[in-house]
Design a protein around this ligand. Structure first.
Ligand SMILES: [Zn+2]
Length: 112
C-alpha cells in the first residue's frame, strides 16, 4: 500500500517537473514575443528580424543568420566555408596544407 502511495507521489513530482519545464519554455517564448512587440513599436528592422526568429521558436534561434558560401577543396574535395578556405591561383582549398600539396604536385589534376 505504501508503495502505491510512493508511486503516486513520484507521478505527481514528475508532472510538476514537466509543468515547470513547459512554463520555463513558455516564459522564454513570451519574452521573445514581448521583445518582438517592442521592436515593432520602435520600427527597427532589427526588431523585425528578432520577431521572425522568435516566431519560429528556439529551433530557429539556434540557426546562424545567413548560410556562408561553401567552396570545394580542389585537393581533397571537402566542402569548407569560404572564410576558412585558402584560395591560390583561383583555386580554393580547405586548408593551406592542401594548397601547398596541390601546387607542389607537377601535374596539378591527376586524381580527380
Ligand atoms: Zn582539402
Amino acid at each position: 500500500m505504501r508503495q502505491i502511495f510512493l508511486l503516486i507521489l513520484l507521478f505527481i513530482v514528475g508532472q510538476w517537473l514537466v509543468k515547470a519545464l513547459r512554463r520555463h519554455d513558455a516564459h522564454s517564448a513570451q519574452r521573445g514575443g514581448a521583445r518582438t512587440a517592442d521592436g515593432a513599436a520602435n520600427g527597427a528592422s532589427a526588431g523585425a528580424a528578432n520577431g521572425a526568429a522568435g516566431a519560429r521558436g528556439a529551433g530557429a534561434q539556434a540557426q546562424p543568420q545567413l548560410a556562408e558560401p561553401m567552396i570545394r577543396c580542389v585537393e581533397c574535395g571537402v566542402h569548407a566555408p569560404k572564410s576558412d578556405s585558402v584560395s591560390v591561383a583561383g583555386q580554393a582549398f580547405c586548408c593551406a596544407a592542401h594548397a601547398q600539396r596541390h601546387s607542389a604536385r607537377p601535374s596539378g589534376r591527376d586524381a580527380r
